[in-house]
Design a protein around this ligand. Structure first.
Ligand SMILES: [Zn+2]
Length: 131
Protein backbone atom coordinates (compact mmCIF):
# COMPACT_ATOMS: atom_id res chain seq x y z
CA UNK A 1 0.00 0.00 0.00
CA UNK A 2 1.12 3.53 -0.76
CA UNK A 3 2.08 6.12 1.84
CA UNK A 4 0.99 9.73 1.73
CA UNK A 5 3.19 12.51 3.09
CA UNK A 6 3.09 16.22 3.68
CA UNK A 7 5.27 17.96 1.04
CA UNK A 8 6.53 20.40 3.72
CA UNK A 9 7.33 18.38 6.87
CA UNK A 10 7.18 14.89 5.26
CA UNK A 11 4.99 13.57 8.09
CA UNK A 12 2.93 10.53 7.19
CA UNK A 13 -0.66 11.62 6.61
CA UNK A 14 -2.21 8.17 6.31
CA UNK A 15 -3.41 6.35 9.41
CA UNK A 16 -5.26 3.04 9.20
CA UNK A 17 -7.43 3.27 6.07
CA UNK A 18 -7.57 7.04 5.74
CA UNK A 19 -5.51 10.08 4.80
CA UNK A 20 -5.93 12.71 7.53
CA UNK A 21 -6.25 16.39 6.65
CA UNK A 22 -7.04 19.53 8.58
CA UNK A 23 -9.40 21.72 6.56
CA UNK A 24 -11.06 25.12 6.74
CA UNK A 25 -14.43 26.04 5.26
CA UNK A 26 -15.09 29.45 3.63
CA UNK A 27 -16.98 30.46 6.81
CA UNK A 28 -13.87 29.82 8.93
CA UNK A 29 -15.03 26.52 10.47
CA UNK A 30 -12.09 24.16 10.90
CA UNK A 31 -12.04 20.40 11.27
CA UNK A 32 -10.45 17.13 10.28
CA UNK A 33 -11.30 15.23 7.11
CA UNK A 34 -10.45 11.58 6.55
CA UNK A 35 -10.20 10.62 2.89
CA UNK A 36 -9.95 7.13 1.44
CA UNK A 37 -6.34 6.40 0.35
CA UNK A 38 -7.31 4.81 -2.98
CA UNK A 39 -6.92 7.41 -5.75
CA UNK A 40 -10.31 8.08 -7.34
CA UNK A 41 -12.24 6.98 -4.23
CA UNK A 42 -13.86 10.11 -2.79
CA UNK A 43 -15.33 8.60 0.37
CA UNK A 44 -14.62 11.08 3.16
CA UNK A 45 -15.42 11.16 6.86
CA UNK A 46 -15.65 14.13 9.19
CA UNK A 47 -17.33 15.16 12.42
CA UNK A 48 -21.08 15.71 12.16
CA UNK A 49 -20.55 19.34 13.25
CA UNK A 50 -17.99 19.89 10.49
CA UNK A 51 -20.01 19.29 7.32
CA UNK A 52 -18.65 20.99 4.21
CA UNK A 53 -21.39 21.49 1.61
CA UNK A 54 -21.09 20.28 -1.96
CA UNK A 55 -19.43 23.01 -4.05
CA UNK A 56 -17.71 24.70 -1.10
CA UNK A 57 -14.05 25.46 -1.67
CA UNK A 58 -12.05 24.25 1.32
CA UNK A 59 -8.47 24.91 2.19
CA UNK A 60 -6.52 21.81 3.21
CA UNK A 61 -3.72 21.96 5.77
CA UNK A 62 -1.19 19.44 7.05
CA UNK A 63 -2.49 18.23 10.45
CA UNK A 64 1.13 17.93 11.68
CA UNK A 65 2.92 21.16 10.61
CA UNK A 66 -0.26 23.17 9.80
CA UNK A 67 1.15 24.48 6.51
CA UNK A 68 -1.28 25.03 3.66
CA UNK A 69 -1.40 22.15 1.19
CA UNK A 70 -2.66 24.38 -1.63
CA UNK A 71 -1.04 23.16 -4.85
CA UNK A 72 1.82 24.94 -6.56
CA UNK A 73 -0.10 24.38 -9.84
CA UNK A 74 -3.50 25.86 -8.98
CA UNK A 75 -5.18 27.50 -5.98
CA UNK A 76 -8.18 25.20 -6.39
CA UNK A 77 -6.07 22.09 -5.82
CA UNK A 78 -4.25 20.60 -2.84
CA UNK A 79 -0.92 18.84 -3.20
CA UNK A 80 0.62 15.96 -1.22
CA UNK A 81 3.28 13.32 -1.86
CA UNK A 82 2.61 9.67 -2.49
CA UNK A 83 5.29 7.00 -2.00
CA UNK A 84 4.45 3.64 -3.53
CA UNK A 85 5.66 0.28 -2.22
CA UNK A 86 8.74 0.49 -4.51
CA UNK A 87 9.73 3.83 -2.98
CA UNK A 88 8.77 5.88 -6.05
CA UNK A 89 7.60 9.38 -5.12
CA UNK A 90 4.62 10.93 -6.92
CA UNK A 91 2.97 14.33 -6.61
CA UNK A 92 -0.75 14.02 -5.94
CA UNK A 93 -2.97 17.02 -6.68
CA UNK A 94 -6.70 16.98 -5.94
CA UNK A 95 -9.56 19.45 -5.91
CA UNK A 96 -10.17 21.29 -2.63
CA UNK A 97 -13.83 21.78 -3.62
CA UNK A 98 -16.22 19.47 -1.76
CA UNK A 99 -17.85 17.03 -4.16
CA UNK A 100 -15.51 17.74 -7.05
CA UNK A 101 -13.88 14.53 -8.26
CA UNK A 102 -10.54 15.42 -9.73
CA UNK A 103 -7.22 13.88 -8.75
CA UNK A 104 -3.89 13.93 -10.59
CA UNK A 105 -0.94 11.62 -10.02
CA UNK A 106 2.27 13.07 -11.41
CA UNK A 107 5.66 11.53 -11.96
CA UNK A 108 8.14 13.52 -14.01
CA UNK A 109 6.39 14.49 -17.25
CA UNK A 110 3.45 12.13 -16.90
CA UNK A 111 0.06 12.74 -15.33
CA UNK A 112 -2.53 10.11 -14.52
CA UNK A 113 -6.06 11.40 -13.86
CA UNK A 114 -8.81 10.09 -11.61
CA UNK A 115 -12.42 11.21 -11.15
CA UNK A 116 -15.23 12.45 -13.40
CA UNK A 117 -14.22 16.12 -13.01
CA UNK A 118 -10.54 15.60 -13.76
CA UNK A 119 -10.55 17.30 -17.21
CA UNK A 120 -11.41 20.59 -15.45
CA UNK A 121 -7.90 21.34 -14.18
CA UNK A 122 -5.86 19.40 -16.72
CA UNK A 123 -4.66 22.59 -18.40
CA UNK A 124 -2.76 23.46 -15.21
CA UNK A 125 -0.51 20.50 -15.88
CA UNK A 126 1.72 21.16 -18.85
CA UNK A 127 2.39 17.47 -19.19
CA UNK A 128 1.66 14.58 -21.46
CA UNK A 129 -1.26 12.44 -20.39
CA UNK A 130 -0.59 8.83 -19.50
CA UNK A 131 -2.62 6.35 -21.54
ZN1 LIG B 1 3.36 18.97 7.31
Amino acid sequence: MSDYKCPHCHAHLNVCDSIVFAAERPNGDKGLILIHPELGNYNADHHEDFMPKTGEKLEFYCPVCHKSLTSSKANDLAQIQMVDDKGTIFEIHFSQTKGEKSTYKIEGESVEMFGDDSPKYLNYFNLSQMK
